[in-house]
Design a protein around this ligand. Structure first.
Ligand code: ADE
Length: 247
């Protein structure tokens, strides 16, 4: 998967992405990310401006259509096939695990980061395929949202996570929050690891984990719990089929 991040702050994006698991995935050629500076495409050679006042008045500046358009076209023309262009904006569809899984199917992805008060609507109409928000709050630009999308999508690419199973047991992957987990020591600050996890009985451990995932989702995310129960009517009797000690 190749990510092309179009931004006025390439160093911010590159620094954030070239660390830890994503850096290792890049070294191994599983993903790549390049940051393209939209300012390189301005016609204003003297001042390098990419923004201007908004027609109709109002506070703040707007990114102009031309440099954004030319930047997108330069990236598209370097690719064998036109890539999906995703604009990061609080006005987009709200990002979640299923959108991450959908984007992970693409071979190339162009992520467009806005700044100032936004981008001239005409280039969005002409060149953008999809808009994504990372939540109902407003940030100063699309760079952090783009990095979040790259991270969430990359970890779904086969081989990026060391252990192939980890992405499948994540929170949200099956519509539930993840069950609680424990590592050594067996007792810490007087708190003991639940006995069932030490039992070696895998069926019981799985049933316990599922039960905890249901409890946790019901308590913390009633919206997800309701959706899960609607999709899994057979679990309406949750708890009844669980082995002793799993509730
Ligand atoms: N740009 C500014 N705020 C944003 C948000 N919440 N999501 C995506 N892009 C943004």
């Amino acid at each position: 998967m190749h990510f092309h991040i179009l931004t006025l702050f390439p160093e911010m994006v590159l620094q954030g992405l070239h660390t830890s698991i994503l850096a290792r995935a890049m070294e191994r050629g599983l993903i790549s990310a390049d940051a393209v500076n939209i300012r390189d495409y301005t016609m204003d050679r003297r001042h390098g401006r990419v923004d201007d006042y908004t027609y109709g008045g109002g506070a703040g500046m707007l990114m102009q259509a031309q440099p954004v358009y030319d930047c997108i076209e330069a990236v598209q023309s370097s690719l064998q096939k036109r890539a999906r262009v995703v604009f990061l904006t609080p006005q987009g569809r709200v990002f979640n695990q299923s959108i991450a899984a959908e984007l992970a199917q693409e071979e190339e992805l162009i992520l467009l980061c806005g700044h100032y008060e936004g981008i001239d609507e005409r280039v969005l109409e002409e060149s953008v395929d999809d808009s994504i928000s990372i939540g109902d709050y407003v940030l100063t630009g699309g760079e952090l949202p783009a990095m979040i999308v790259v991270d969430a999508v990359s970890r779904l690419i086969p081989g990026v996570l060391g252990n192939g199973a980890s992405a499948e047991t994540d929170s949200f992957q099956d519509g539930l929050l993840e069950y609680p987990q424990y590592s050594r020591p067996e007792v810490w600050h007087g708190r003991k690891v639940p006995d069932i996890l030490l039992s070696g009985d895998h069926a019981k451990v799985d049933a316990w984990r599922h039960s905890k995932a249901l409890d946790r989702t019901r308590e913390r995310r009633p919206d997800l719990f309701q959706a899960y129960m609607q999709n899994h009517p057979e679990e309406k009797a949750a708890g009844k089929n669980l082995p002793d000690g799993c509730n």
